[in-house]
Design a protein around this ligand. Structure first.
Ligand SMILES: N[C@@H](CCC(=O)N[C@@H](CS)C(=O)NCC(=O)O)C(=O)O
Length: 89
């Protein structure tokens, strides 16, 4: 998987979640100040020109924080276990 992120921005929550899940992924830095998000390559993944973007192993991309977090929680057992703990408490 590839996570497109900007340190110190709203992508940090997804970055931390993926680290907590012990996922192996490529982290790609997107410099919003210099316009990395507006390149044709980035817009092909995320036409909204925002971070975070998660490119999954099948090549499809998720581009909304909530959608990425939900998909990660549903897709990886460690996350599901934690969700179960929260539901039971
Ligand atoms: N609805 C999106 C919003 C993402 C968003 O607005 N990200 C900001 C950074 S926190 C961004 O990429 N801004 C683009 C820019 O500043 O050009 C989500 O929840 O993922």
């Amino acid at each position: 998987m590839k996570l497109y992120l900007t340190p110190g921005s709203c992508s940090t929550g997804i970055h931390i979640l993926m680290e907590e899940l012990d996922l192996v992924f490529e982290a790609h830095l997107v410099n919003l100040l210099t316009g990395d998000q507006n390149t044709p390559e980035y817009l092909a993944m995320n036409p909204k020109a925002t971070i975070p973007t998660l490119v999954r192993n099948d090549g499809t991309a998720l581009t909304e924080f909530q959608a990425i977090a939900y998909w990660l929680v549903r897709s990886y057992p460690k996350a599901n276990q934690r969700a179960r703990i929260f539901r039971e408490s």
